[in-house]
Design a protein around this ligand. Structure first.
Ligand code: EPU
Length: 422
């Protein structure tokens, strides 16, 4: 039996929550260790399951990982013989695909299990493969694996992403920085995590310009060296707690520490009609409770649009809005698994295709619920914080993939929440 969370709702939150490093910046940064024979030192890594999965995957690929603390690791290559990312890791974490670009670029050969579908949608990797082919890789799909190889070095080339993809952009950046010649990527994702990866690679000696814009230019180099890098704070974790504050902070609001400069403009804009105090002028981000719960109108989009990774959590706030909120999911076709659970807790939500209409306000009542994916789990935790009575959230291994001890962080600001260990 997996661990569960038990939450007793209705207890206002106040105080400080430290924000961890960004999972989605840490994973490509860890994969970058495959590109160099020297040591890279990463700090502010989140202590979550996904970074643990990436560590085990990299160890299988000959990377020695020395953990100076849970959040500060040194990575260096012991052996460069292996080139396979096995199904056992890829099936638990799709971001394992981020080893494909570096393995091809450095070891000239890669065999990475195909990820297959997942709870939030089909999530193909065709654009990763098309981009790597444009750089000269030969790619075959056989026995559930991507088998890729190149004679000599990858070759710099132009490539346009027909659809914006975050890890696709990262995989191509990782590969192209060791390619022979100039690569111009257009249609790139602009997420802050991409900029963070470029900062690390440039510190290792790569020549990447334009990360954070739609066009990234990479001049290939023959080798990369060592670097020390601090991973950026997790904007999705910060956004999740900001929504918790809007729902149930006390008069002083919640203060999120260690996340100066975190890019949450789209969330701030969505919250502003509900008069949510938002102060990021100091070192910390302070967020207050919504003074008026207005209905919300949100469409998820690639950065700088509203993040799909905050859609589920926002739906809890929408359930408290006076009127009909519209939440449209445009990135993943099946990212509404939380809706049925929220409805069981008393929310009134109609779902048609990619659009959820949330009729509020509805009081929520505590219930036994089941997590289906990472962000859906966070949504159920937020719902439990405002629900009357007790909520349990089962299968929280989903939550542990991306949130560092969420129950401890919430308990420290006054929530009644505990983990029931299996
Ligand atoms: N897509 C394709 N072909 C591809 C790649 C993507 O059609 O080759 C489609 C996807 O199916 C999806 C859209 O493009 O409809 C965008 O997917 P993207 O590739 O950007 O997603 P990802 O890189 O697999 C990352 C994050 C996700 C986050 C999305 C969107 C990491 C490790 N994961 O996934 O994070 O939801 O970008 O912002 O960076 C999470 O943290 O909970 C999470 C799921």
């Amino acid at each position: 039996m997996p661990d569960k969370l038990k939450i007793v709702g209705g207890h206002p939150l106040s105080g400080q929550i430290p924000i961890s490093g960004a999972k989605n910046a840490a994973l490509p940064a860890l994969a970058a260790s495959l590109l160099t024979d020297e040591t890279i030192q990463l700090s502010n890594l989140p202590d979550v399951w996904d970074t643990g999965t990436m560590r085990r995957l990299l160890e299988g690929l000959g990377v020695r990982v020395t953990r100076d603390s849970t959040t500060s690791w040194r990575l260096s290559i012991d052996s460069d013989e292996a080139f396979e990312a096995p199904y056992r890791w890829v099936k638990t974490m799709r971001a394992s695909i981020l080893t494909l670009g570096p393995l091809l670029a450095k070891r000239r050969r890669a065999r990475v299990s195909l990820p297959g579908g997942c709870a939030i949608g089909s999530r193909p990797i065709d654009l990763h493969l098309a981009g790597l082919s444009a750089l000269g890789a030969r790619i075959d799909l056989a026995h559930g694996f991507v088998e890729a190889a190149v004679d000599g070095r990858l070759r710099g080339a132009p490539y346009h992403f027909e659809r914006i993809t975050v890890t696709g952009t990262e995989n191509l950046m990782l590969a192209a920085c060791l390619a022979d010649g100039y690569t111009r990527l257009t249609g790139c994702a602009r997420e802050p995590e991409i900029q963070d990866l470029a900062d690390l690679l440039n510190a290792m000696g790569a020549d990447i310009e334009g990360a954070g814009t739609e066009c990234i230019e990479i001049r290939g180099v023959t080798s990369l060296g060592s670097a020390t890098h601090r991973v950026i704070p997790d904007r999705i974790e910060a956004g999740t707690f900001a929504i918790a504050a809007a729902l149930i902070a006390d008069d002083a609001g919640l203060e999120l520490t260690g996340c100066k400069g975190v890019r949450l403009e789209a969330l701030r804009e969505v919250l502003s009609p509900s008069d949510v105090a938002w102060d990021d002028s100091g070192d910390n981000l302070r967020v207050g409770r919504a003074e008026t719960h207005r209905p919300l109108s949100v469409k998820t989009a690639p950065f700088p649009g509203f993040a799909t990774d905050l859609q589920a959590q926002l739906m809890v706030l929408a359930s408290q809005g006076r009127g009909v909120s519209h939440i449209e999911e445009t990135i993943f076709e099946n990212r509404f698994m939380h809706v049925a659970e929220l409805v069981r807790m008393g929310a009134h939500i109609d779902l048609t295709g990619g659009m959820a209409r949330v009729h509020g306000p509805t009081p929520l009542s505590g219930a036994a619920t089941m997590a289906t994916d990472l962000r859906a789990s966070a949504c159920l935790v937020l719902a439990g914080l405002i629900a009357e009575g007790e909520t349990s959230v089962d299968r929280i291994y989903h939550l542990d993939r991306g949130y560092q001890r969420i129950e401890q962080k919430l308990r420290s600001v006054g929530a009644r929440i505990e983990r029931i260990e299996a």
